[in-house]
Design a protein around this ligand. Structure first.
Ligand SMILES: NC(=O)c1ccc[n+]([C@@H]2O[C@H](COP(=O)([O-])OP(=O)(O)OC[C@H]3O[C@@H](n4cnc5c(N)ncnc54)[C@H](OP(=O)(O)O)[C@@H]3O)[C@@H](O)[C@H]2O)c1
Length: 279
């Protein structure tokens, strides 16, 4: 098994932590799997827990809302390894049902959407042949969850990554002004945010299609299904059907470790190894 270089954003807890654990187990002894966290103490504690389980993740600070922090991780990967084999953009800001969404939307979009964009941009030049580039989104990220009047903004056959960034800034301004509903946006800010994440991955896949096919690169979004974490618990009354993070990680790690020579799925939202339709 060839040693791999893998990074998972937002991996000191929840699904990200389980993804690092799964990648450490599946990527072979000489691999470098980076557990990243925005808080050094929380990140180092997570690394300690995995070391107790006999695993050897590397640690790097990473705040996806901070350009310099993202650039610093990319520079470390470049100088230490020259490139990356697995990127999982998983970090997400939590939102609370008890706080008006207008007060939470800016940080939420900055972390989940602009953070994903920063990772795409910073790691674009470091992608090795056969890289698996994944954004953890959700089944909410299907365009059919938006009314048709809003579809044009997410036309992944013509829009650029920057168009999606701009659209999400406009969306933030509407939510903050209490006008999102007037423009037919859904109530819950998670839905437009996940659609934008999936749109970005589809646009990245479209823009890189020829190179990706030549170099064996796979670019996808993934829905882990309902996972029992601190982030999901406040939103769902009944968590009895939720998976543990370790259970949910299995299918995401599968997607992240598809062997060289695999050419599908590509540019898709994937849930439990099946493609979720965009429309
Ligand atoms: N849980 C579910 O049911 C579910 C379902 C569908 C999709 N998802 C997606 O799965 C992913 C993981 O969710 P989760 O449930 O595991 O959430 P979580 O337990 O809240 O974990 C989120 C992780 O992101 C980190 N993070 C937050 N802001 C960050 C920033 N600015 N820079 C870097 N890291 C940051 C958090 O760090 P701190 O510890 O410092 O806060 C934490 O490690 C998310 O993309 C989520 O949308 C989850």
């Amino acid at each position: 098994m060839n040693p791999k270089v893998a990074i998972v954003t937002g991996s000191n807890q929840g699904l990200g932590f389980a993804l690092v654990e799964g990648l450490c187990k599946s990527s072979g002894p000489n691999s470098s799997v980076y557990l990243t966290a925005r808080n050094a103490a929380r990140g180092e504690e997570a690394v300690r827990q995995l070391r107790e389980r006999g695993l050897s993740p590397m640690f790097h600070l990473l705040d996806v809302t901070d350009d310099a922090s993202v650039a610093a991780l990319a520079e470390t990967i470049r100088t230490r390894h020259g490139g990356v084999d697995i990127v999982i953009s998983n970090a997400a800001a939590r939102i609370s049902p008890d706080i008006p969404q207008a007060e939470q939307v800016k940080l939420f979009v900055n972390t989940n959407n602009h953070g994903t964009y920063r990772i795409i941009r910073a790691f674009g030049a470091l992608l090795r042949d056969n890289v698996r580039f994944i954004v953890v989104a959700s089944s909410f990220g299907s365009l059919r969850n938006l009314p048709p009047s809003l579809h044009e903004g997410f036309d992944v056959s013509t829009r650029s990554l920057e168009d999606i960034e701009e659209l999400m800034d406009k969306y933030v301004a509407l939510v903050e002004a209490g006008q999102a509903k007037d423009h037919q946006w859904p109530e819950w800010i998670n839905v437009p945010s996940k659609i934008a994440q999936v749109a970005s991955i589809k646009i990245m896949a479209r823009q890189m299609r020829d190179e990706a096919s030549r170099r064996g690169i796979l670019i996808n979004a993934v829905c882990p299904g309902l996972v029992d974490t601190e982030a999901s618990r406040p939103w769902f009354k009944d968590m009895s059907a939720a998976q543990s993070p370790a259970q949910a990680a299995v299918d995401v790690v599968w997607l992240a470790t598809l062997p060289a020579g695999t050419d599908t799925p590509y540019g898709e939202l994937v849930r439990h190894r099946e493609v979720v339709p965009w429309m």
